[in-house]
Design a protein around this ligand. Structure first.
Ligand SMILES: [Zn+2]
Length: 415
């Protein structure tokens, strides 16, 4: 699509989404009124900058259905963020759009109707599995919905069913590759050609490892449930940035502290406005993901702008195995489970490309046997509670309280 055609289409869609949110979502009406913005005032794409931002906290404050722009009877699917604090809905049209956009990302990553696509993403409340699944069916590929876990079975299926395209998080793809090597499988035992990786940051080293051990071309893709799920942006086979589906998402890069737009090509926080979502539109949603828009055109011929890989976040949330972990939530959980706050530190440990979440829990030094036994019971209760609430297996270790920094209660996440 030519640039000016795209801009005209974006403006028309933006005007429509302004009117729709103003009429149907009290939250947005109040926000626009408060900023003295009439939906009809949006006459050019640059007017977007005058609109108020929407944060994850805004979405949480309207749990579960407060930001839906259609009545529930028009919603055909409901998903939620990992910690269940944000609920998102889809109309029949939204599901169709989602399938089309995910199909684009899959095709850009090298998938066609001749492929056997193994989707090793969660088929559950999170958006990953179902989002990719519908896109792959839309292309006409043969889809194997293996979901996550059971690594040996995944490999058996990959081999026996002659999987040609794998969709997984980078960490899980690397684990599959390593397990395959441990099994001593000869090179060429698999029919894999491509891997589409998303849900957590993909470093150059990790990509190379996955490409080497699985014998694939690995592309990165990006999406988040608050905006739609996977299908927002994805790399083509050139692997030099993620093409953004700009006809459905307006992207801006802003300085996370001043919230002013950054100079072209500079890094900043990615802000997304949905242009076509019916059930759950968002205006200037602050993703907290840090990236930049890449200059120039892509040799593949796609005219959409490309964004750089997301390598870090502008807040202190980090991503472990595709799950967002908010240190504030962890601190709250200690209180919920034990009835009081506890000195702790969050530690991300990486072993061979797989991240794991370890919590160091501070205790007074004690060699008293009864005390140790009490602490073991406590740790087990904490471990179960935290793992189930965070949706992620957590390891707990007791450390001397003095060895924990008084603040802050975490170490930086990967990337
Ligand atoms: Zn390209």
């Amino acid at each position: 699509m030519a640039k000016d055609t795209l801009a005209a289409l974006q403006l028309e869609a933006l005007q429509a989404v302004m009117v729709r949110t103003y009429l149907h979502v009290p939250f947005y009406r109040k926000r626009f009124d408060g900023s003295r913005i009439d939906p009809d005032d949006v006459r050019a794409l640059d007017d977007l900058r005058r609109l108020p931002f929407t944060t994850r906290e805004d979405l949480q404050a309207n749990y579960p259905y407060g930001l839906f722009a259609v009545p529930l009877r028009e919603v055909v699917r409901i998903h939620a963020s990992t910690c269940m604090s944000v609920v998102v809905g889809y109309t029949r049209n939204d599901i169709k759009t989602w399938s089309d956009l995910m199909a684009r990302v899959l095709v850009a990553g090298g998938v066609s109707k001749d492929d056997v696509v193994q989707i090793a993403l969660g088929y559950n409340l999170s958006t990953g599995g179902f989002g990719v699944h519908y896109g792959a069916e839309r292309i006409g590929a043969s889809v194997i919905p293996t979901s996550t876990g059971n690594t040996r079975r995944q490999i058996k299926i990959m081999r026996d069913f002659k999987t040609t395209a794998l969709v997984a998080t980078p960490g899980y793809a690397a684990l599959l590759g390593r397990t395959l090597q441990e099994q001593g499988a000869p090179r060429g035992a698999l029919s894999l050609r491509v891997a589409l990786l998303g849900g957590e940051p993909l470093s150059d080293i990790l990509r190379q490892e996955i490409q080497d051990c699985l014998g694939v071309v690995a592309t990165d893709n990006y999406g988040l449930s608050e905006v739609m799920g996977p299908g927002v942006a994805g790399e083509c086979q050139e692997r030099n940035g993620l093409h953004v589906n700009e006809d459905h998402f307006l992207v801006e890069i802003v300085d996370p502290s001043s919230l002013a737009p950054v100079a072209p090509g500079e890094p900043g926080e990615l802000v997304i406005t949905t242009l076509s979502k019916e059930a759950f539109p968002v205006i200037r949603f602050r993703t907290r993901d840090v990236t930049r828009l890449l200059p120039g055109t892509c040799p593949c011929g796609r005219t959409t702008r490309r964004m750089a890989r997301v390598e870090r976040r502008s807040d202190d949330i980090f991503i472990v195995r595709g799950v967002k972990v908010d240190p504030r939530r962890v601190a709250e959980l200690f209180v919920e489970i034990e009835g009081h706050a506890s000195a702790h530190r969050i530690q991300i440990e990486r072993e061979g490309g797989m991240d794991s979440l370890t919590l160091l829990v501070g205790v007074e030094d004690s060699s008293d046997f009864d005390e140790v036994r009490k602490q073991q019971t406590r740790l087990e209760r904490l471990r179960r509670g935290l793992s189930s609430e965070l949706g992620l297996s957590v390891t707990l270790r007791l450390v001397e309280r003095g060895s924990l920094d008084p603040s802050p209660s975490k170490t930086p996440g990967p990337g």
